[in-house]
Design a protein around this ligand. Structure first.
Ligand code: PA5
Length: 431
């Protein structure tokens, strides 16, 4: 993965370096968290991709689903399901309707959509055996309204079609150690996995929360963890400035200079859900009150290159300038070998002798040049490929960036008190 920062006259490199210096003591703390086998530190998420005990348990207990699963029904919300969706969409989902592979499909349920839930009855009716379906329910607290509502309806449909024993055998619950949800799942004899107490939803993709569904979907979780291990090791190196410290320091300086929007500009459409995963990480971790009472935060936005230039390009280059952009791309995915034909009814003179990927590259370079001309601050992250390993590395890089950013902002990266307020208000209304 390559990271390239681009300064503007308003973002002083000296200030960025001074932010990076401030992060040095915290880097030492992160290094401790990497070895925190008991998951006692708030930063224990750094330990998760190294936990071989959890990995072995996952592999042993999910073996029986291999080769039989056709559909994974994934129930969760926010951090409990977004990471899996990001990986699936990047590696499988984007072209699924065209390629129609026989690999297991993912159907994810976050908000409660009664008509979609109803349609699952038809899916179940077409299954010849319960083993074609795996229902995975994830909620750390085990009390969030949406996942419990979705799980309730889906499990009832499953039970009605195949009977209680088969439905329970094919249901997996991942939740906090003492949550009411995990207790009830254990009583039903379902397969369960505990979530470490100090690892919150949005930081949990390298725990059973991401690994169980990804493995059942047939994705390479070893490569995914390897990428994360490499990124966490690099980000906690106390001897060398890490990419995460650089990214956080640039972002913080951009905020001090007036940026309030952080746009993830994805140059491969299959990375759109990864952008949503990042949006949650940034918004829930940084959008809050500092310890001194002032409210801070970036509004995360996602744009797709070059598609969205035709909707927001005018705003970017001609409107209010309050954004900091991260371009994310995997240029190797633009290499198809498709040559433009000169005797096609669809030609432009510039196509002559070129391949389609050259158009994408020209758009990408052209936009970055325009950002430079307009003095818009940005950073570019280029993935070597769209693969489990690179995605694991990207997610780990961003998690550490957010931890560093929280230090600079002086906010707690791990809580989400305002989301809790909304959750309890929903419960009140339903009561
Ligand atoms: O990152 C977080 O902590 C949140 O987004 C949670 O994942 C989300 O609110 C779901 O909570 P729970 O897993 O307790 O159902």
């Amino acid at each position: 993965m390559q990271i390239q920062t681009h300064s503007t006259p308003s973002i002083s490199e000296g200030m960025v370096i001074s932010h990076m210096r401030m992060l040095a003591p915290y880097t030492e703390k992160l290094q401790e968290a990497l070895d925190d086998r008991e998951y006692t530190l708030p930063e224990a998420l750094l330990r998760t991709p190294f936990d071989t005990e959890v990995l072995e348990k996952i592999i042993k207990n999910t073996e029986r689903f291999a080769g039989k699963t056709k559909t994974v029904l994934l129930v969760g919300i926010g951090g409990s399901y977004m990471g899996t969706c990001a990986l699936y969409d990047a590696l499988r989902g984007h072209m699924e309707h065209v390629q129609g592979t026989s690999a297991p499909k993912l159907v994810a349920f976050a908000t409660v959509e009664p008509h979609v839930l109803k349609s699952i009855t038809e899916l179940l009716a077409k299954c010849s055996s319960a083993e074609e379906i795996v229902l995975i329910v994830i909620s750390k607290s085990g009390t969030t309204t949406e996942p419990l509502a979705n799980a309730n309806i889906l499990f009832s449909q499953f039970r009605e079609r195949f009977g209680k024993e088969s439905a329970s055998n094919q249901t997996i619950v991942i939740s906090g150690t003492d949550s009411p949800l995990i207790k009830s799942a254990k009583e039903q004899g379902m397969l369960t996995f505990d979530m470490p107490t100090h690892v919150g939803g949005r930081y949990s993709v390298f725990t059973a929360v991401g690994l169980v569904p990804l493995r059942i979907l047939g994705l390479d979780i070893h490569a995914f963890l390897k990428g994360a291990q490499e990124a966490f090791t690099a980000s906690t190196n106390t001897k060398k400035a890490s990419g995460a410290a650089v990214l956080a320091s640039f972002l913080f300086e951009a905020y001090l200079q007036g940026a309030r929007v952080h746009e993830l500009f994805m140059w491969n459409p299959e990375l759109e859900t990864l952008g949503k995963w990042y949006s949650q990480l940034l918004a829930e971790s940084i959008g809050k009150e500092r310890n001194d009472g002032t409210a801070v935060g970036f509004t995360p936005t996602i744009a797709l290159g070059s598609t969205d230039l035709h909707s927001i390009g005018q705003l970017i280059f001609g409107g209010r300038n309050d954004r900091y952009t991260t371009f994310v791309s995997a240029p190797t995915a633009w290499e198809s070998g498709n040559r433009f034909s000169s005797d096609s009814p669809f030609v432009l003179p510039v196509f002559e002798g070129k391949e389609d990927g050259m158009v994408t590259r020209a758009m990408y370079e052209g936009v970055r040049n325009a950002y430079t001309t307009h003095d818009l601050p940005f950073v570019s992250i280029e993935l070597e490929s769209i693969s489990e390993r690179e995605l694991g590395a990207f997610m780990a890089l961003q998690m550490t960036t957010i931890l560093f950013l929280a230090q600079l902002f002086d906010v707690n990266a791990f809580d989400q008190p305002s989301v809790e307020k909304y959750k309890s208000e929903v419960r009140r209304l339903l009561t």
